[in-house]
Design a protein around this ligand. Structure first.
Ligand code: 1CP
Length: 346
């Protein structure tokens, strides 16, 4: 078991993650730091994304910005899913407006040796930043995160963002032994990256399998599930584990088999329906991020609907169904946080 730092028992977020009834429905937003905040743009000016992720004081400041502005019930560590991959020496750049771009994509068995294990020393800046944050955050819990093996593999095999993940699926089917070699190495890297964050003080983790929805249930079970399970096992029984994907309505039960305590639900499935299918899981979600751009009346009505549907779950962590869109008005996100708190405080 990983040596997790003890956390405050009164946090509504941690209570909900444990399946207990919190004092109010906790709320935080995926991608709550970053693009939509003017103070983020100011802090980041002149620093590349990966450089920012390697600068503990800057990571601490950017992680704190949405906590100060919105009063959310959890902070998410400011980093990116490709940080551990760059840390083991892969030539990856995060291109503004595009996303991660890989100079030499992985394609063959010979490429496997490029995926060496992550050593905690490779990401000393993460340990340092989490330490700074624990002091700044007080009672607000910190969520660490990693990308799941399938989603990471897609960037490495395609060479960058992809809509259809065609090269990844082709490799999976035509060279399954190479695929499982890549994915099992990524699982080890991702598990280690989660462990580093938990040992340094993160009180929960989220595994982002953002692109798993591109797989059929049968393929998910064969090619992704065993590797995500291995990645999450690294921090089992030390902190609550949240597992999230986009367009994964057909995979809810299969993704729950990884053992994560909390299932992320995207906005395409009502939470009460997800609750029927996953009665033993805490649910996180699922306001459509586009609704943040709607008028106040529509946004409030939709927030209330998500809160009501969430009551069907074992416990509910309010979130968006995917990340905050860059054009979001921070005032509207504040409205959502206040509305959830006002209508659920017991
Ligand atoms: O506040 C927070 O939520 C923390 C910040 C965070 C997180 C959780 C960033 C910062 N990245 C991530 C995870 C991440 N990165 C995911 C999973 C979450 C999701 O599905 O949205 C994914 C798929 C990535 C990969 C990535 N990195 C993309 C998507 C590209 C694609 O395939 O469409 C992008 C645009 C990035 C760059 C990035 N990461 C984070 C920021 C603030 C940025 C933009 C930086 C810049 O443009 O300079």
């Amino acid at each position: 078991m990983v040596n997790a730092v003890p956390s405050s028992p009164e946090s509504p977020f941690l209570a909900a993650c444990r399946g207990e009834e919190p004092g109010r429905t906790p709320v935080w937003f995926m991608r709550q730091a970053g693009r939509s905040l003017p103070e983020y743009k100011q802090a980041r000016a002149g620093t590349s994304m990966l450089e920012a992720c390697r600068t503990p004081e800057l990571v601490c400041e950017i992680t704190m910005q949405p906590v100060r502005r919105y009063g959310v019930d959890a902070a998410i560590f400011f980093s990116d899913i490709v940080v551990p991959l760059a840390a083991i020496g892969l030539d990856i750049e995060i291109v503004p407006g595009v996303g991660p771009v890989v100079a030499e994509p992985l394609r063959t068995e010979a490429d496997l040796k490029r995926l060496r294990n992550l050593d905690p020393c490779d990401v000393g800046y993460v340990t340092e930043a989490v330490g700074l944050l624990r002091k700044e955050l007080g009672d607000t819990p910190l969520i660490g995160f990693a990308g799941a093996p399938f989603t990471l593999a897609s960037y490495l095999i395609e060479g960058g963002p992809s809509r259809d993940h065609a090269k990844t699926k082709a490799l999976m089917k035509s060279r399954p032994e190479v695929w499982h070699g890549i994915a099992s190495r990524l699982a080890a890297i991702c598990g280690e990256f989660l462990r580093v964050q938990v040992e340094a003080g993160a009180q929960a983790v989220q595994l982002f399998d953002s692109w798993a929805g591109a797989l059929s249930e049968a393929d998910y079970r064969t090619y992704a599930l065993p590797h995500s399970t291995a990645a999450l096992a690294g921090v089992a029984e030390s902190v609550p584990r949240i597992h999230f994907g986009v367009g994964t309505g057909h995979l809810l039960e299969a993704m729950a088999e990884t053992g994560a305590e909390v299932s992320g639900v995207d906005f395409r499935i009502p939470l009460d329906e997800a609750a029927k299918r996953l009665p033993d899981k805490v649910l996180q979600g699922n306001l459509d991020p586009a609704l943040v751009l709607a008028d106040d009346a529509a946004l409030t009505a939709e927030t209330d609907r998500v809160v009501a549907a969430g009551r069907a779950a074992k416990a509910h962590v309010f979130n968006l169904g995917h990340g905050v869109l860059p054009d979001s008005d921070p005032g509207k996100l504040k409205l959502v946080v206040d509305r959830v708190h006002e209508t659920t405080t017991r």
